[in-house]
Design a protein around this ligand. Sequence first.
Ligand code: ATP
Ligand code: MG
Length: 455
Amino acid sequence: MPQPLCSAHANASDGTRTRHDLSVATAACAALSAGVSVNMRTMRVYLVGGAVRDRLLGLPVRERDWVVVGTTAEELVRLGYEPVGREFPVFLHPVTHEEYALARQERKVGPGYRGFTTQFAPTVTLEEDLRRRDLTINAMAEDENGALIDPYGGKADLAARRLRHVSEAFVEDPVRILRVARFAARFAGLGFRVADETLALMRRIVAAGEARTLVPERIWQETERALAEAHPQVFFETLRACGALTVIFPEINALFGVPQPPRWHPEIDTGVHVMLALTYAAARAAPVAVRFAVLTHDLGKAQTPRADWPSHHRHEEFGVPLIEDLCERLKVPNSHRELAILAARQHTLVHRALELKPATVLTLLEKCDAFRRPERFAELLLACEADARGRTGREDAPYPQVAYLGQALDAAAAVTLSESERRGLEGAEIGEEIRRRRLAAVAAVKARATPEAAP
Ligand code: ATP
Ligand code: MG
């Protein structure tokens, strides 16, 4: 009788047990009501991956991934799971819609992250499935009683704050380079570091040319997520440490070793500066588009002839085609690209805002399309502030440019022409009159902000 089984499980309400039982029970209900027999003895469901890791870390669990052992895709479909995996059999639970994957084993047969054969026999054990995972801290499972299954020492590595590969099979998938760098960026604040032996394997993957097989979509997907993490600079530093940065982001890699004038940049090295700026942007909880703009604002400095070092004349313009190429290559969203190009072009002018003539300030606002897109202009200013403060010893330096340009924009945007003032003016003259008034408004802001500079 299907009914008692379903309600018995649904009514159980004792903590973790309920959570796990429910998934199997609701699926069983679906199958039973469809009149299909279910082999409930062999099929087992385990919570795996980030949910287990994050719970042990005391962090909120954002999503739950499950692995199913001892069954087949056909049986899961019969149980009402919806198959969704393109490359692997992944299923959505009929009620919770959480992801359930069949336990699998992988064998490397060709280059790149698609070069696998995968085995999904119901005989694949949980340990075998966990073994092909990337990091030990991601290779723990929890059974239906909430007991931890940790064959590769994930819990000890959590305690030691160590990002360590599970097995030598780690080298078979170059995506893991990106993932490890991303986890390093996420957990750096908790003191996590990539284990030396794992970094050595990452180097081996790169040396074997495997990083070149990463597809642009995946690189951007991981990069975008890494940019959103608490310590995005660690993502790029980790990629650099294993040699992947030069393959994946050659234009960022090229910034390391390029000197800047110590007077403005006590940290001297352009790559170091960009990492500091990114650190600042993340500390300010800047949106990802701002972080991307910060990452790319100085790309042009790698183009400066050595003879001209440490100055970087026209690096603003030189950076633009590099940003365009990078965005084209990785299919970076347009909105990110636009802000990045704006920041590359305008950051030096924004830094000099308080020295600029009112007419130059107004032109800057116009070039930035600030009247129509004030939010994006604010993002540009935040990127510029990150640039200014991403310098050794300048982290807390005042950056009055933000408030000043904000006031200039507000004052200029508030300018209006009344009906009677418009009367007698031809089309183009209206625009000219508005611009004259905007200029006067900016000049008034400047006079207030820098009274000593007044004529
Ligand atoms: P998040 O909190 O970002 O979701 P997660 O660890 O759950 O972190 P997912 O991308 O959801 O990461 O993947 C779930 C699990 O699948 C991981 O914990 C890991 O065990 C495994 N995994 C995912 N991608 C790979 C990969 N490329 N190589 C090996 N294992 C992987
Ligand atoms: Mg996950």
